[in-house]
Design a protein around this ligand. Structure first.
Ligand SMILES: CC(C)(COP(=O)(O)OP(=O)(O)OC[C@H]1O[C@@H](n2cnc3c(N)ncnc32)[C@H](O)[C@@H]1OP(=O)(O)O)[C@@H](O)C(=O)NCCC(=O)NCCS
Length: 150
């Protein structure tokens, strides 16, 4: 599968993917286009629009702002390819590391990131509001470049 840079003209496509991945948190096309217009921010998608990643690279660091793969396209390596390619793009922009926040209950995403060498460096208590109204912790994960699949 091929992964490529997405343009802000494709924000509606990215928003449609996002809506299939996150039920509590809706990012519409305008919100995604605004983020993509922020300096240092870029989006990558797979050529079949099964998934996308939004990353900001600034000040020698990079952050995954969001990552999602539609349910029908999961477990085919799309997310892994998106994160690896995003790390290359961020490194080319001067970043030496990448970090992200992930819900501490999101076992699929945590397995993905740990398999790419990310390690837990912090925990934000009660960071997310779950559908049932309970608060859930966020883990802060970080990796130094280059990524090495473990
Ligand atoms: C997490 C998510 C991005 C993974 O996307 P994906 O394209 O299916 O992931 P990949 O196929 O690249 O998986 C790579 C590895 O991650 C791990 N993984 C992925 N999904 C998993 C699951 N449901 N359960 C356990 N491990 C999982 C596995 O180690 C997998 O390798 P394997 O398939 O060889 O076992 C996707 O499930 C998703 O969009 N979820 C909803 C949104 C979300 O949670 N985004 C991340 C927010 S930080």
């Amino acid at each position: 599968m091929r992964v490529r840079l997405a343009s802000s003209d494709e924000a509606a496509v990215l928003a449609a993917i996002h809506a299939q991945c996150f039920t509590e948190e809706v990012w519409d096309a305008a919100a995604i286009a605004d983020l993509m217009a922020t300096p240092g921010t870029f989006a990558l998608m797979d050529e079949d629009a099964g998934g996308f990643i939004l990353v900001r690279a600034a000040g020698g660091e990079s952050e995954i702002l969001t990552l999602g793969v539609t349910p029908a396209a999961r477990r085919r390596g799309i997310a892994g390819s998106l994160v690896c390619r995003a790390a290359e793009v961020a490194a080319a922009a001067g970043a030496a590391l990448m970090f992200l926040e992930v819900n501490a209950t999101n076992n699929a995403a945590i397995a993905l990131y740990k398999g790419l060498g990310f390690a837990e460096v912090g925990r934000r208590k009660a960071y997310y509001v779950a559908p049932h109204g309970m608060r859930e912790d966020a883990l802060v994960l970080k990796v130094a470049f280059p990524l090495v699949r473990v």
